[in-house]
Ligand binder design. Structure first.
Ligand code: UGA
Length: 436
């Protein structure tokens, strides 16, 4: 079992670190935020993630603890992971300042034999051209710097499960011995391992997220056509996905993709193309389709309600997807903004993400504490997140609405609910299928 220093205890660092602890390694997380470090050491998860609290309860403090002191964390560690954030800059390109700072902080504490592993999502070439030079400049023994790049493929909401049994592990290393040392860390996960050079590993991450985003935007494009034809895109994609060359995953049409990864990474890749004088035609198109999804929903609602001015619309679910309280780049924001711009009054509900929305975005909306309360007196409802609790809402909750328009932007309702509501005279609009 190895000792690991994990620089950055945000989403990726915390989940990866705690899962390494669960696999038997001894992990010390490093963060600049004192409050976060104290919280982790009390065994309290600072983010909502299924299974994380249980894993922390089992591993803190014996195999997982946090500190603000990087030198202490690195002392005796065989591996030093860089798992800090790589946000978007104003123009969509990647902001590497946290990665640069972490590298500069690591360098003077680096001892021969220690392996630095870049886990943050970084554009191709970063490990070789940014991290390596910073480490070499600051390390007491520049000749002994050993580096790897291991992209992460965790999905929020089920990140612990993804980390315990990953679909694949990609290890970008400059030499074989580094690759096999890093591979040994994952013993116990039995995932297939692909060894590449660091730049290829970085590109695999972006190419993966972009293909996922492309699939979603493709399904959404076909969904617009399906609405017009009076057929259902879910049925179409069921047929498409049966071909093993395509797969049914990530063909769920809806309000579009959000979250901290797909929007950010596809934008960063677009900036890399532009930087190199290449034209990112497909990347531009997938963004255009994604941006249009929310607007299409607002226009359809406008049509269904005969104008939105003065209408009360309940937006159900503000998290960017179910099982998370993350609202970064959530499609709820363009939907709400569109509704407000057309004069609607908006009430929102989410089982756990409302506070985050309130803190992150200033919008003139009312917050309901229960789904029923949001529906009461509303002219229309938009299902924005496919929270399981919405598929369990019984008819009496909808009967409390003032109007009769239900817009399912995520196929959050069950088939039984849809049939029932239609039977009661509700207009149920399914994104990518229409009213039918
Ligand atoms: C995504 C990737 O799925 C992970 O593999 C990757 O590790 C991660 O980004 C990352 O780069 O860190 P995540 O952002 O957590 O994970 O969420 P996804 O499940 O991919 O969903 C992203 C968005 O696409 C959500 O808004 C979701 O509602 C939407 N989506 C997803 C669809 O609209 N349709 C689909 O069929 C699937």
């Amino acid at each position: 079992m190895a000792r690991i220093a994990m620089v950055g205890t945000g989403y990726v660092g915390l989940v990866t670190g705690v899962v390494f602890a669960e696999l038997g390694h001894e992990v010390v997380g490093v963060d600049l935020l004192r409050e976060r470090v104290a919280r982790i050491n009390r065994g309290e998860p600072p983010i909502h993630e299924d299974g994380l609290a249980e894993l922390m309860a089992r591993n803190v403090p014996e195999r997982f603890r946090a500190t603000t002191d990087i030198a202490e964390a690195m002392d005796g560690a065989a591996f030093v992971f860089i798992a800090v954030g790589t946000p978007s800059r104003e123009d969509g390109s990647i902001d590497l300042s946290h990665v640069e700072r972490a590298s500069a902080d690591i360098a003077p504490n680096l001892r021969p034999g220690q392996i630095v592993v870049v886990k943050s999502t970084v554009v191709p070439g970063t490990t070789r051209d940014v991290v390596r030079p910073i480490l070499k400049r600051g390390a007491p023994d520049p000749g002994s710097v050993r580096l790897a790049m291991v992209p992460e493929f965790l999905r929020e909401g089920i990140a612990v499960r993804d980390a315990m049994s990953p679909g694949r592990i990609v290890i970008g290393a400059e030499d074989r011995s580094v690759a096999s040392a890093v591979a040994a860390l994952f013993t116990g996960t039995d995932a297939p391992v692909l060894v590449t050079d660091p730049t290829t590993a970085e590109a695999i991450k972006y190419a993966s997220n972009t293909l996922l985003a492309l699939k979603i935007s493709y399904a959404n494009e076909i969904g617009a056509l399906c609405e017009d034809l009076g057929i259902d895109v879910y049925r179409v994609m069921e047929g498409v996905g049966m071909d093993p060359r395509m797969s049914r995953y990530f063909l769920n049409a809806g309000l579009g993709f959000g979250g901290s990864c797909l929007p950010k990474d596809t934008r960063a890749l677009r900036a890399v193309f532009a930087d190199r004088g290449l034209e990112p035609l497909l990347l531009d198109a997938l963004h255009a389709v994604n941006d249009r999804q929310a607007l299409r929903a607002v226009s359809s609602l406008d049509g269904l309600l005969g104008g939105l001015r003065g209408k009360r619309v309940a937006v159900m679910g503000v998290a960017f997807k179910a099982n998370t309280d993350d609202v970064r780049e959530t499609r709820a924001v363009p939907v709400i903004m569109g509704l407000l711009q057309r004069g609607a009054e908006v009430v929102v509900h989410d089982p756990i993400a409302s506070n985050n929305l309130r803190e992150m975005y200033r919008m003139d909306v009312a917050f309901a504490t229960t789904a029923r309360e949001a529906l009461e007196g509303s002219d229309a409802v938009v299902l924005q997140t496919d929270w399981p609790e919405y598929s369990e809402l019984d008819a009496s909750a909808f009967e409390k609405m003032r109007g009769r328009v239900v817009y399912d932007g995520r196929r959050a309702l069950s088939a039984t609910q849809v049939t029932f509501l239609r039977g009661r005279g509700f207009t149920v609009f399914l994104h990518g299928a229409g009213v039918q």
